[in-house]
Design a protein around this ligand. Structure first.
Ligand code: GLV
Ligand code: MN
Ligand code: MN
Length: 411
């Protein structure tokens, strides 16, 4: 069966065409969820699905499903896909590869007249990135029962828009109930977004699970005052106190090296005037580790760091609010084996790997047997406009996806 291979050229063309939507000057993509660019990406994906003979449905969280019947309509579908939303300075491959490789699998099966026993369903999940509407992976989270629908629809961006409102605005507030239906298996292809596969010259990562992620919203409150006359010791400078705290936050990841991670990706000082001492700072913290026990130890250490900050500066307020925890997850042994077997049959070098990034597959693994496939990306760079995966790497991943899905949907 390994003579059956995807059309790598067609996959590449689809990736490049999708990347024109939200294209940035530096060669990346800004297609943040539920923006007009996201709508245009969704419209294109819907058209391509329909041209491939798929029946497209949209659920109430706006996730899009393209259904291809199987010989046995009573079997639950095997699902493959990822997300089309991007970071503000994102690349062409994060998410889009998994969605468009899923489409390429369908096109290949159509070309060769291959039917499967189980139906196949390709998916574009809403708001995987969580950049505009935290938390990440929210639509797959609602599908998997981690969040309820009302929570999902009411998430709000900095401008006060909600997911529910923006879904209505762009015409993707679908009628389909979210989740509550059986699925047979789920496979997600993704770029690695890290350096390991490239460094070891492996073509495929057989993903055995994902590390844990915790997100926090933090706020330090002091008082605004004049940048000139106010003596340094008389200030209640929220940014200066934050600066001291940041060093302690990075030290928590360092204390759990090499796997610990701490990132402060958003920081806003108010009122944002160069000659006013900032009276308020709002910032985010993202902490990760593959071990749930260590994740809890890192959480404890962060709370202690905030306590120390309060001790150092009793005239200021320090608020720490955990908004999201996605614990480490192990993928399904049989689905991992299907990926490994496909890799072997295709003669591709591989290694097992734990995902450092979050993915919809992480939540879906709670309700359906799931595994992921990684391909290398240049210099391990992702969440960056320079993100790049070669046409060969994309085709390798799509071929592994094809054969893992076939093994699961035919058996
Ligand atoms: C998703 O991209 C994440 O890992 O934060
Ligand atoms: Mn992604
Ligand atoms: Mn991402």
């Amino acid at each position: 069966m390994t003579s059956l291979q995807v059309n790598g050229e067609r996959l590449w063309q689809s990736l490049m065409t999708m990347a024109e939507i939200g294209a940035t000057a530096k060669g990346g993509v800004n297609r943040q969820t539920l923006t007009d660019e996201d709508r245009r990406g969704r419209d294109l994906f819907r058209r391509w699905c329909e041209e491939a003979g798929l029946t497209v449905t949209v659920d109430r969280m706006g996730s899009m499903f393209g259904h291809r019947p199987g010989r046995d309509p009573d079997r639950p579908p095997v699902v493959l896909g990822s997300h089309l939303d991007s970071q503000p300075t994102g690349g062409k491959f994060d998410g889009a590869l998994g969605v468009l490789a899923a489409l390429e699998v369908i096109r290949t099966l159509n070309d060769r007249g291959v039917a499967t026993e189980a139906p196949l369903e390709i998916v574009n999940w809403t708001n995987e990135e969580g950049v505009r509407f935290p938390p990440a992976m929210i639509a797959s989270g609602v599908f998997a029962g981690v969040f309820d629908l009302e929570y999902g629809l009411s998430r709000t961006d900095h401008a006060g828009h909600t997911i529910g409102g923006e879904l209505q605005r762009i015409g993707y507030a679908g009628p389909q109930k979210v989740g509550h239906r059986p699925l047979g298996a789920l496979f997600e292809l993704h770029i690695e977004q890290g350096p390991i596969l490239e460094a070891e010259d492996r073509r495929i990562g057989v993903v055995t699970g994902g590390q844990g992620t915790r997100w926090y919203d933090c706020e330090v409150i002091g008082a605004e005052s004049h940048a000139g006359p106010t003596p340094m010791e008389a200030r209640r400078d929220a940014l200066r106190a934050t600066a001291e705290l940041l060093g302690e936050i990075y030290a928590i990841a360092q204390a759990h090296a090499p796997d610990g991670r701490a990132t402060v990706g958003e920081l806003r000082a108010f009122p944002g005037s160069r000659n006013t001492v900032p009276g308020r700072v709002a910032f985010t913290v993202d902490m990760r580790h593959p071990d749930g026990g260590v994740m809890d130890a890192m959480d404890h250490a962060l709370r202690e760091a905030f306590e120390r900050a309060r001790g150092r500066a009793p005239a200021l307020e320090f608020h720490l609010h955990e908004i999201w925890y996605a614990p480490p997850v192990a993928f399904d042994a049989a689905c991992i084996a299907a990926v490994r077997d496909a890799t072997l049959a295709l003669g591709l070098s591989a290694r097992e790997i734990v995902s450092g990034a979050g993915h919809d597959a992480v939540y879906m693994a709670r309700v359906v047997p799931t595994a992921m496939i990684f391909v290398p990306c240049k210099d391990g760079i992702s969440h960056n406009e320079a993100e790049y995966a070669s046409p060969e790497a994309c085709a390798d991943g799509a071929n592994v996806l094809l054969h893992a899905v076939l093994a699961r949907a035919a058996a």
